[in-house]
Design a protein. Structure first.
Length: 168
């Protein structure tokens, strides 16, 4: 359980670093349209948030209808979010994940079946949390590329930097 929780805490730390960095850049830069992976950085942030919500619904064994509702409502929730609002939404989903992981510490490696629209997935909670973290890492990389495309630097969110920060 400890390594799953620690890995998720890295995800939370990395997201916070992105928000801290974006606040140092010109206002509304995250809403500036560009021809990239996502139409705006805000859309990338919304995607990460929506997927985090969706996977928590999946792991909670919600009905396919409730899973879809979680995905669409979370996108709607952050449609016009400010950076501060985004960060608050991210903090809420992070707290829900932390509670979920702590509540399932005895069965993190137990295999469950998840009927998804593209087929049935057999996986344990530990692997699904790892997927959520990996997904966030991938799209934080997209955000860095988008920032560079606009002439700004990104911020390092590598796991190694998280470990260095823990040791300070």
């Amino acid at each position: 359980m400890k390594d799953t929780l620690e890995l998720f805490r890295y995800h939370v730390w990395a997201n916070k670093r992105v928000f801290e960095h974006l606040r140092k850049l010109p206002d509304d830069l995250y809403r500036k349209p560009l021809n990239s992976v996502f139409p705006t950085i805000g859309d990338a942030l919304a995607h990460i948030y929506s997927v985090d919500n969706t996977w928590l619904s999946i792991m909670s064994h919600e009905s396919p209808e409730d899973i879809y509702a979680a995905m669409t409502s979370s996108l709607e929730e952050v449609k016009d979010a400010t950076l501060n609002s985004f960060e608050a939404y991210y903090a809420k989903i992070a707290a829900r994940y932390e509670e979920f992981i702590l509540n399932h510490q005895d069965d993190l490696e137990e295999i469950s079946e998840y009927p998804l629209k593209f087929g049935e997935l057999r996986a344990n909670y530990k692997d699904l949390v790892r997927h959520v973290v990996n997904h966030g890492t991938y799209h934080r990389g997209n955000i860095t590329a988008m920032l560079r495309q606009m002439g700004y630097s990104g911020v390092s969110t590598d796991y190694g930097f998280y470990l260095f920060e823990l040791k300070r």
